[in-house]
Design a protein around this ligand. Structure first.
Ligand SMILES: [Zn+2]
Length: 337
């Protein structure tokens, strides 16, 4: 038995089901179309099986390119993948699928499915409310719920991006600054620093470098990039010279441990835009998701008839559904339960 509410829902395995044909962000055996909203791992569930058995696997070109780097063994060139630009419709079995830009990481998309009778259902994917156009006129809207509890609010009085730039500039006077974060977010930090004219080299290991190169090939401007394994980058790091070293969060306990300044960028911080978490280590509250107020504001702008909250990826769907019903008077339910 599938979880559905007005032709949209979320399966027990995290597939966001839209209309009759579409499963987003996880494999579903009954759905001929798979949509990948973006390249983060919690949205790639069962992608290998989808590539094998679905009629089509839809995604943006940037998402395809990023997945090629973060999960290089997937057969992305075998013919099932259909690249869709934002706003470009794909017709299948009487339904029309459209991807709409989401402000999250490069290539991220919201998904709209319409049928011949005019029923319209949609899924936000992960998003930041600031740069994401609201999907209006939906019968059912499926909303991500990462920060779905009222305690997850980032009502800071300072601009976190400006704060980050000044922290990095100050610390560069003493040598290398390490920045730890997830793919996509790291490249956003590079873009912020480059835009603010922080002109030291940006040094990084191969995978971060390759993700960054993909971002550049899709129009992001990131600055002067160097590999940590090549002579120049290696020297900068070995001698603690002024540069910014970008590493995946997973490397936090392995690199930059002696004598360097360290900055972790994370959305899981709500009390302060910046907090000291180690001797030379700070956490900066830079998020690529909406906080609780942003989620509520987004749903308010969309005015859907019904809301389903994604209760699979993070377990705040039940709270978010309750708050949407209470604050906006819109029928809302969390799935899976
Ligand atoms: Zn994401």
């Amino acid at each position: 038995m599938k979880c559905l509410s007005g032709k949209a829902g979320v399966s027990e395995r995290g597939a966001v089901l839209l209309g009759d044909s579409v499963a987003c962000d996880a494999f579903d055996a009954d759905r001929p179309l798979r949509v990948v909203t973006h390249a983060h791992a919690d949205h790639l569930g069962g992608l290998r099986r989808s590539l094998k058995s679905c009629e089509r696997v839809l995604m943006t070109a940037a998402t395809r390119d990023l997945i090629g780097v973060v999960n290089g063994s997937l057969p992305l060139d075998d013919g099932a993948v259909e690249l869709l630009g934002y706003g470009e419709p794909f017709e299948f079995g009487g339904e029309r699928v459209t991807l709409v830009k989401a402000d999250h990481i490069l290539g991220a998309a919201q998904v709209v499915v319409e049928d011949a009778e005019g029923s319209r259902v949609a899924y936000t994917g992960d998003f930041r409310v600031e740069g994401t156009a609201p999907l209006t006129d939906c019968d059912t809207l499926v909303v991500e719920a990462t920060y779905g509890s009222p305690s997850f609010k980032r009502a800071f009085k300072v601009d976190v991006r400006e704060l980050l730039v000044s922290m990095v500039e100050k610390r560069l006077r003493h040598g290398t600054v390490y920045v730890f974060g997830y793919h996509g977010k790291l490249q956003e930090v590079m873009q912020i620093l480059h835009h603010a004219d922080v002109s030291v080299p940006f040094v990084m290991p191969e995978r971060v470098f390759r993700v960054s190169k993909i971002c550049e090939s899709h129009g992001m401007r990131l600055g002067c990039l160097a590999l940590s394994t090549e002579k120049e980058g290696k020297e900068l790091l070995d001698e603690n010279l002024p540069c910014v070293a970008f590493y995946h969060m997973n490397a936090r306990r392995r690199v930059g441990l002696v004598g360097s300044s360290r900055i972790c960028v994370s959305g899981w911080e709500f009390h302060s835009p910046c907090r000291q978490i180690g001797e030379r280590e700070h956490l900066v509250a830079l998020s690529d998701h909406s906080d609780f107020d942003g989620l509520i504001e987004y749903v308010r702008r969309c005015k859907p008839k019904r809301v389903v909250t994604d209760n699979y990826r993070v377990r705040h769907g039940v709270t978010l559904a309750r708050e949407i019903s209470r604050r906006l008077g819109i029928s809302a339910v969390a799935m899976p339960r």
